[in-house]
Design a protein around this ligand. Structure first.
Ligand code: BTN
Length: 332
């Protein structure tokens, strides 16, 4: 069965991470109750999915740095039902969203989490690159609540609220720049990328990717953004324990993502209270079209309301916003 296959591969990854060195195929086969050939087939699937499993005469090894983001350490003390209970941690991958999509296709459960120490081809919104050096939190979650495409703007807002609420636990007052950039002191310290698969009215799965500049220096990711970005370590004046942060984030995410159907009004009021754009003069770019006006708040379905110079108010659900007035920075 495919789900069973996923569980076995998950156990293989956990076992290799825990070992920190080579484990022979015979030992793995005995522990998992399968043949050595089956072990090799699972390893091959893991390698195809981007896990850096090395193969030698001594067996198999997953190259991983031990610095607090091990699966068993993440799971220990996690107060969620689903989010992060199934977790894969890799030292380096192209993009955690790509790994999470592969896991979702491989029947990974609702709440499955992928964490990478480093990404080599991290993706940002609008097709941009997201440079992801060690020290940040680069994670993706698989969601299977069968939401519709129309519910995605609210989900994106719920994720933004969850991240902002998490930073609040560290004493940081985070704001959300629509759709879901995370700002502290007007500077960006996190971004969210939602990807999906399936039918528009009942999506088979959604991948929520979150990038947070935790112990990364502004400009380390992209020198051209040094003055408009920040990190949690810079804002707090000390490094942040990423494991504790991730556990808190998963608890907030489970609560807020679950509210999309249960309590959309709660998401909207939390979002509106943290809206970094309301009242600001902005430019919204959608492909070749640019609209200028005043940000007029978050619509009930999660769209951005824009007051145009002719006094009409329109709502838009996608695009890139830049701030035109000079009341201080709002993100890059
Ligand atoms: C943005 O452009 O603001 C969104 C950035 C999202 C980055 C995260 S890092 C983890 C996940 N994997 C990716 O490739 N992108 C997202």
């Amino acid at each position: 069965m495919r789900a069973e296959g996923h569980d076995r591969r998950q156990r293989l990854v956990d076992r290799l991470v825990q070992a920190g060195g080579f484990v022979s195929g015979t030992v793995l086969a005995e522990e998992l109750g399968i043949s050595r050939v089956a072990v090799w087939k699972h390893i091959r699937r893991l390698r195809e999915a981007g896990y850096p499993v090395e193969v030698s005469a001594d067996g198999y090894r997953l190259a991983v740095r031990r610095d607090g983001l091990l699966p068993e350490e993440i799971r220990a003390g996690l107060v969620t039902n689903d989010f992060g209970q199934s977790v894969a941690v890799v030292p380096v991958t192209a993009s955690t969203n790509t790994l999470a999509r592969a896991a979702a296709e491989d029947q990974a459960p609702h709440g499955h989490l992928v964490v990478a120490e480093e990404q080599t081809q991290g993706r940002g919104r609008q097709g941009r690159r997201w440079i992801s050096p060690p020290g940040g939190l680069w994670v993706s979650l698989v969601l299977r609540d069968r939401l519709s495409v129309g519910e995605l703007p609210l989900l994106a807002g719920a994720v933004g609220v969850a991240v902002a609420a998490t930073l609040g636990r560290w004493g940081l007052r985070a704001q959300i720049k629509w759709p879901n950039d995370i700002l502290v002191g007007g500077k960006k310290c996190g971004g969210i990328l939602v990807e999906l698969a399936g039918e528009a009215d009942a999506l088979a799965y959604i991948v929520v990717g979150i990038g947070l500049d935790v112990n990364v220096h502004p400009g380390e990711r992209d020198p051209t953004l040094a003055s408009s970005t920040t990190s949690l370590a810079v804002e707090l004046g000390r490094p942040v324990d990423r494991r504790v942060l991730l556990q808190a984030l998963l608890a907030e995410l489970e609560q807020w993502c679950g509210a999309v159907r249960r309590a959309p009004g709660a998401i909207l009021s939390a979002w509106r209270a943290r809206d970094a754009l309301r009242g600001r003069r902005i430019r919204l770019v959608q492909g070749d079209v640019a609209l200028e006006g005043q940000a007029a708040g978050i619509a009930d379905d999660g769209g951005l309301r824009l007051l145009l110079p002719n006094r009409t108010v329109i709502t838009r659900w996608s695009g890139d916003v830049s701030v035109l007035d000079d009341q201080g920075p709002v993100g890059p």
